[in-house]
Design a protein around this ligand. Structure first.
Ligand SMILES: [Zn+2]
Length: 427
């Protein structure tokens, strides 16, 4: 007897299988033809996947678009300035309300694990207190991991160092940084070293905004990889953005990539954001500002797409849909072969789960009973359609349901229904 059976779905690897759930765990995968269950969901013909995972987000800023004004230049630096203005006027209740609203969107999109940076450059640490509260409130359906992020510079901002350490003392999970925003390259490198030492001493993970610029000589990822290796933090460190790598000299990159691989750095490009923020100082040709994704994947480096922003000072769109994120990444990185498109789906599910270090993630026996049923027959179709999340199950409980994206047609001599689903090789 199961509490819930998801019947006949297609798994991301193409297997067709039933999934049996008891309590908050997956307890059977295979044919459950004769089994009984309290609840049965028929997923025949639909894709069943572990939940989407976003390893890079800013939940303290989300849904603040237009407050107190919009980013006129569209640059990262104006966005940081605008966020500084907003921080002066926002309240803890505002942050909590916006974050909880975003978590509703995430739940509806099957996005059930999020790593959010939280700005620690605020003597009141309003954002930290607010997101710790949100983390507690959503814990039954979203794994929210928080990164202490000194937005205005760990050394550049006079109290950021002290406040970042306070945030970690308050229970923030991961050590963040922004070395390219420090006053000098030397200060940036020193911040990477000290922040990695803090993480090593506390047994924490590291996730740095790293080289988010078009400067080909911004090379903090080299320091981050070196410190990771020196301190024995392999596998526990993420480099977010790494956009400067787009512009770096190829010879230098040929030396850098093996160092990143050896240090087991997890990499988080954020394609929606960087395709609009980067290259703003270029005329033509205009750089895309996405890091070298395919080249890193080929080296065996774990790379996963991050969302970064939704409706905030840096990005004016977004819906908490990790398929949107992967769709943009697929285009900008030109990952168009069938294998590469499948990889793009993995990059918003299993690869990101690895970056966040999520225990019990997946569709195997013993895994957490969190999964999503999509209106698509396979991962590539899910990407093409940005498919509807028919059912979202979190810890064994159905928490969201959406209708299929069907259209009713009124056309002469044509079918009444268009689903836009398509099997290659058919009409
Ligand atoms: Zn970010």
């Amino acid at each position: 007897m199961f509490d819930l059976i998801v019947k006949g779905g297609t798994l991301p690897d193409g297997r067709v299988s039933d999934i049996g759930i008891l309590g908050d765990k997956i307890t059977a995968v295979g044919s459950l033809e004769t089994a009984e269950a309290g609840q049965l969901i028929d997923a025949t013909g639909d894709l069943v996947t572990p939940p989407f995972v976003d390893p890079h987000f800013h939940m303290d800023a989300t849904l603040s678009y237009g407050l107190p004004r919009i980013n006129a230049s569209g640059t990262l630096l104006e966005g940081i300035g605008l966020w500084g203005e907003l921080k002066q006027v926002m309240t803890q209740d505002d942050i909590i309300a916006r974050a909880l609203n975003y978590c509703d969107w995430a739940a509806s999109m099957g996005l059930l694990a999020i790593r959010s940076h939280v700005d620690t450059c605020d003597d009141r640490l309003l954002g930290v207190e607010a997101l710790l509260e949100v983390k507690e409130q959503v814990k039954d359906y979203i794994d929210l991991q928080l990164v202490a992020f000194p937005q205005d510079g760990f050394y550049r901002d006079p109290t950021a160092r002290e406040n970042t350490i306070r945030a970690l003392d308050m229970g923030v999970d991961v050590v963040g940084g922004i070395p390219h925003f420090e006053r000098t390259m030397a200060d940036g490198a020193a911040s990477v070293k000290e922040l990695c030492e803090i993480a090593a001493a506390r047994g924490l993970q590291v996730d740095m905004h790293c080289d988010e610029s078009d400067d080909p000589f911004s090379r903090h990822i080299e320091t981050l990889a070196h410190e990771t290796h020196r301190l024995g933090l392999q596998g526990r460190v993420a480099g977010s953005h790494l956009t400067s790598m787009h512009s770096m000299d190829n010879y230098y990159v040929s030396k850098l990539l093996p160092l990143i691989a050896k240090s087991e750095i997890n990499v988080i490009p954020n394609p929606l954001i960087n395709i609009v923020l980067q290259g703003r100082h270029d005329t033509f040709p205009k750089r895309r500002g996405l890091t070298r994704v395919k080249e890193m994947l080929a080296m065996g480096i774990n790379v996963g797409w991050g969302q970064d922003c939704v409706l905030d000072p840096w990005y004016s769109l977004g819906t908490a849909d990790m398929l949107d994120v992967a769709f943009m990444g697929l285009h900008v990185a030109q990952m168009t072969s069938p294998e590469e498109m499948q990889t793009c789906f993995d990059m918003v599910t299993v690869n990101n789960a690895k970056t966040m270090g999520l225990p019990d993630y997946g569709l195997h026996i013993g895994a957490k009973a969190s999964l999503v049923i999509l209106d698509a027959s396979n991962p590539i179709e899910a990407l093409r359609l940005r498919a509807a999340r028919l059912s979202v199950i979190a810890n064994g409980r159905v928490i969201s349901q959406s209708p299929r994206a069907n259209a009713t047609l009124s056309l002469p001599n044509r079918p009444k229904l268009s689903r836009r689903r398509h099997t290659p090789g058919t009409a």
